[in-house]
Design a protein around this ligand. Structure first.
Ligand code: PLP
Ligand code: CA
Length: 279
């Protein structure tokens, strides 16, 4: 294998705690000339913010080695959809999405704008004028999700010409040993009200694989996906026809999950922890 795509949380760290000998393991892979890409579904952080997180944990990395679902969404809108310059994106989500849309030169509104956080008043219903420039609704994890944002997004989604994208559709994500609602649980009400399903730009969607490949131009057969979830990471690698998939038991999946995944869904190999590669 030449390239290793790493899921982050559950493989390299838990929240803010680095897992056993991760830096040594990554150093070992780099010293053997392996290319490393950090692939995360977390849309709340831009690549720049992720680099800060990697720095704070002592993991050496370049911004260009990081690929998050916010960036994936921005790349998809700019380079695959080729959203015309006179169109813009209505964002439900955090600053990570805004920063990455800016990095790709995509116009947007919504997001972290404080006006978006206000309670809907009677006049807001009467005065609502849809912005004719909206071409995309992009939904990620949003800590300030509210009725106003749903109501606005719904106005745009009723137009079949408006593209419906989600940074990722994870139902939940783990933090400090507990599960919390993920980005998929934020976009699910939009699907319910609009009767539309978003295109996801996170694992296991192959739109993300195409975006990663578009940037790194790697040989899929010489690329290995490493992750802690069967339904996102391992599925992502298998569906993408990668040369290998490796699961670690430091995150969501248990050994039982792997053994029950069946011949189609199981990883090629699994380890108790990533640093077992040092052996
Ligand atoms: N979404 C959010 C908001 C998260 O905080 C996380 C993990 O921290 C994830 C998704 C899953 O990220 P990953 O793909 O790195 O496991
Ligand atoms: Ca993970």
């Amino acid at each position: 294998m030449k390239v290793f795509l790493f899921d982050c949380d559950g493989v390299l760290w838990h929240g803010n705690t680095l897992l056993h000998k991760i830096v040594d393991t990554l150093d070992m892979l780099r010293s053997k000339g392996k290319q490393i890409v950090f692939v995360t579904n977390n849309s709340t952080k831009s690549r720049r913010a992720y680099k800060k997180k990697l720095d704070s944990l002592g993991i050496p990395a370049e911004v260009d080695e990081i690929f998050g679902s916010a960036y994936s969404s921005a790349v998809y809108i700019k380079r695959v959809v080729k959203l015309p310059a006179d169109k813009k994106v209505y964002v439900i989500g955090e600053s990570g999405i805004e920063e990455e849309l800016e990095s790709e030169g995509v116009r947007y509104f919504g997001g972290t704008d404080p006006e978006e956080r206000k309670v809907m008043q009677e006049e807001d219903y009467t005065n609502f004028v849809p912005d004719p420039e909206v071409g995309v609704v992009l939904c990620g994890l949003d800590n300030h999700i509210n009725y106003r944002k749903y109501a606005k997004a719904f106005q745009y989604l009723q137009d079949p010409n408006t593209l419906f994208l989600a940074t990722n559709v994870d139902s939940t994500f783990p933090n400090k040993g507990k599960l919390f609602p993920g980005a998929g649980s934020i976009s699910a009400p939009l699907s319910y009200m609009s009767k539309r399903v978003p295109i996801s730009l996170g694992k296991p969607s192959q739109a993300m694989m195409d975006a990663v490949e578009g940037k790194f131009q790697f040989d899929r057969k010489r690329t290995c996906m490493v992750g802690d979830r069967i339904d996102t990471d391992i599925k992502f690698g298998i569906a993408g026809g990668l040369g290998g998939t490796l699961a670690v038991l430091t995150g969501v999946a248990t050994e039982e999950d792997i053994l029950n995944a069946g011949p189609e869904g199981a990883p090629d190999a699994y380890l108790d922890k990533l640093s077992d590669l040092l052996r």
